[in-house]
Design a protein around this ligand. Structure first.
Ligand code: ADP
Ligand code: MG
Length: 363
């Protein structure tokens, strides 16, 4: 029996492009004549509504499956694409997450075993958490795509995600692999976006997809028309990007062996960033050893309550995006992104609310 490849799209951070990727990658694989099933495993049901399915009209959904309904075929719905089917979801999936009775991590895997031979690819749009549903998805999957936004704080949470993958490998699914880290919402006009990609490539190497998803307005508009970017605007850069991603994934599958997750994951976990909260001990350090490059005022606590304009007047804008609420400044000069000390400023209502010093340790 032909075996489909089952790919979860996961990252416990919200807004990184999981749903956009799940929808458009699935659709693109369908364009390349693959039979695809997309599973919406996020209680927010964005993939379901993004493909134009009204959740209020649903008679059955992935919820039935988790409630012990064994006939999964009745949950499968058609989409605009003849090659793409969906197991939709509606808001009640949230109830499952809080029901502690649910401990069967094999539920999704078992249910899929009955229908998987109908497909070449099964994709799962995961929720922004590492709870029961995501665990079920990881147990059922062959590999995981991790969408990551091209921002300096992109690595936040990545170590937790990777250690979850590691423990699922150990306890339930030894073959689980990382399909790749996908850089999303890339804006080539922003130099820090390019910088982040360069640095991540240095460290994650083959784990980063060659295809980079650009920031593209059509990608964000398509869901409100209940369709993929291909139906909404086939000529857009978003269409090209996701078509390229699907080609890359199909090509990778034909390669004998790709990622060496075991070793690399171990390395990555050992080297994950260290979090140092801003504390009085920091003030006692000799800041000269940090070689701050343009800080006039070395008492960073003074920045609390400052507006963005005030911060810019003291530290410059450097890599930061005016519209972002997390800014960072480099405060020591070493070669790699991961060896530098960074000052993070978290804004709320245009004022610095929280300050954090963070060091990326990467040996
Ligand atoms: P997640 O599922 O991880 O929460 P989404 O896929 O819903 O993330 O994306 C978050 C928001 O960003 C959505 O409004 C989406 O339309 C938008 N978005 C995602 N990818 C892109 C992109 N490449 N270009 C422009 N907007 C994007
Ligand atoms: Mg989503």
């Amino acid at each position: 029996m032909p075996q489909p490849k089952i790919i979860a799209v996961a990252n416990q951070k919200g807004g990184v492009g999981k749903t956009t990727t799940a929808i458009n990658l699935s659709y693109a694989l369908g364009i390349l004549d693959q039979k695809v099933l997309l599973i919406d495993a996020d209680p927010q049901a964005n993939a379901t509504s993004g493909l134009g399915i009204l959740t209020t009209n649903l008679k059955s959904s992935i919820v039935n499956l988790f409630q012990g309904d064994d006939d999964i075929t009745q949950c499968v719905l058609e989409t605009h694409s003849p090659n793409l089917k969906i197991i939709p979801d509606y808001i009640r999936l949230a109830e499952l997450e809080i029901n502690v009775q649910n401990t069967n991590v094999n539920r999704l895997k078992e249910a899929l075993s009955k229908i998987k031979s109908d497909y070449d690819y099964i994709t799962i749009d995961c929720s922004p958490s590492l709870g029961y549903l995501t665990l079920n998805s990881f147990v059922a999957s062959d590999s995981i795509i991790i969408p990551v936004q091209c921002e300096f704080f992109a690595l936040d949470g990545l170590s937790k995600l990777l250690s979850t993958v590691r423990s699922v490998q150990k306890s339930f699914n030894p073959d689980l692999d990382i399909e790749g880290i996908l850089m999303t919402m890339h804006d080539e006009r922003l130099s820090h976006n390019n910088h982040v990609i360069r640095e991540l490539k240095k460290h994650f190497d083959d784990l980063i997809f060659k295809t980079i998803i650009k920031r593209n307005i059509s990608l964000s508009e398509a869901p409100s028309f209940g369709t993929s970017v291909f139906d909404y605007k086939a000529s857009s850069e978003g269409s090209t990007n996701y078509l390229n991603l699907s080609r890359e994934i199909m090509k990778n599958q034909s390669l004998e062996k790709r990622t060496t997750l075991g070793k690399e994951l171990h390395q990555i976990l050992r080297d994950t960033n260290e979090n140092v909260s801003f504390s009085p001990t920091f003030k006692e350090r000799n800041l000269d050893t940090f070689k701050p490059f343009s800080f006039k005022d070395k008492n960073f606590e003074k920045l609390l309550g400052n507006t963005k304009d005030e911060v810019i007047s003291q530290l410059g804008l450097v890599y930061n995006d005016l519209h972002s609420d997390v800014w960072m400044y480099r405060i020591s000069e070493k070669i790699s992104l991961f060896k530098k000390n960074y000052l993070y400023l978290y804004f709320e209502k245009n004022k610095v609310k929280h300050i954090q010093l963070r060091r990326f340790k990467y040996s």
